[in-house]
Design a protein around this ligand. Structure first.
Ligand code: C5P
Length: 230
């Protein structure tokens, strides 16, 4: 693994689905006035477009073709590919599964690596940093990051959170199938040969099982201050 000098300070927030890393990373970016990279959105866009175009998620070279040709835009809280707004669609359970299948392929990961690293470059040459959210931000994409947080929670707690979210959106689901989906996704994300989901050796692990989002944010901000990042 090569440590590169980063163009701006980077905080990585990695962890499994439903650990609350999206909420933590967006809250941190907002509090610090830094940019935010939702790397999972890139895999989700590849997943949704593959589903739409009938590309099989085990066809690595076709997925690489998609990853390289799509013009993906993550701005203003919206997710667009080739100008098409996919913000709501990418959150489907089926898309999450397709994203995680596509993410197993080394060349697919390689195809979006440079784009993820570019997110650390300030578009206006300013000095504000980046909060990057994903699975391999601290291990592969930004190994030289100033702060790496690995946010975890038990599978049962993550399933409960997801279940409540879906019910609040009026979607009828059963808790057992939500938990089974989470376990499937964990197994795929942890078991893949490249960039498996695991904490970087220098990551601070926070277990959010019995914590509120506010508690997690407080602990993360204490780390940010300790590292002299704010
Ligand atoms: O974080 P999110 O649930 O949106 O990610 C969707 C899928 O994309 C994950 O299940 C994972 O397989 C993949 N992913 C990844 N590496 C990242 C971010 C997401 O493999 N850095």
């Amino acid at each position: 693994m090569t440590e590169r000098r980063l163009p701006a300070p980077v905080i990585c927030v990695d962890g499994p689905s439903g650990s609350g890393k999206g909420s933590l990373a967006t809250a941190l970016a907002e509090r610090l006035g830094w940019r935010y990279l939702d790397s999972g959105a890139l895999y989700r866009v590849i997943g949704v477009v593959a589903l739409d175009r009938g590309v099989a998620t085990d066809d690595e070279s076709a997925l690489v073709g998609l990853a390289k040709s799509l013009d993906i835009e993550l701005t203003g809280g919206r997710i667009r590919a080739d100008g098409l707004d996919l913000t709501e669609r990418v959150r489907d359970e089926a898309v999450g599964a397709a994203a995680s299948e596509a993410a197993r392929h080394p060349q697919v990961r390689q195809a979006i690596l440079a784009e993820q690293r570019r997110a650390a470059e300030s578009p206006d040459g300013g000095s504000s940093g980046l909060v990057a959210d994903g699975r391999d931000m601290g291990t592969v994409v930004f190994p030289g990051a100033e702060l790496k947080i690995f946010l975890d929670a038990s599978a049962e707690e993550r399933a409960q959170r997801r279940y409540k979210q879906l019910r609040n959106k009026g979607i009828t689901v059963n808790l057992r199938s939500v938990l089974a989906n989470i376990r499937d996704r964990d197994a795929r994300d942890e078991g893949r040969a490249v960039s498996p989901l695991q904490p970087a050796s220098d990551a601070v692990i926070i277990d959010s099982t019995h914590m509120t989002i506010a508690d997690v944010l407080r602990q993360a901000l204490a780390l940010v201050r300790e590292r002299g990042l704010a």
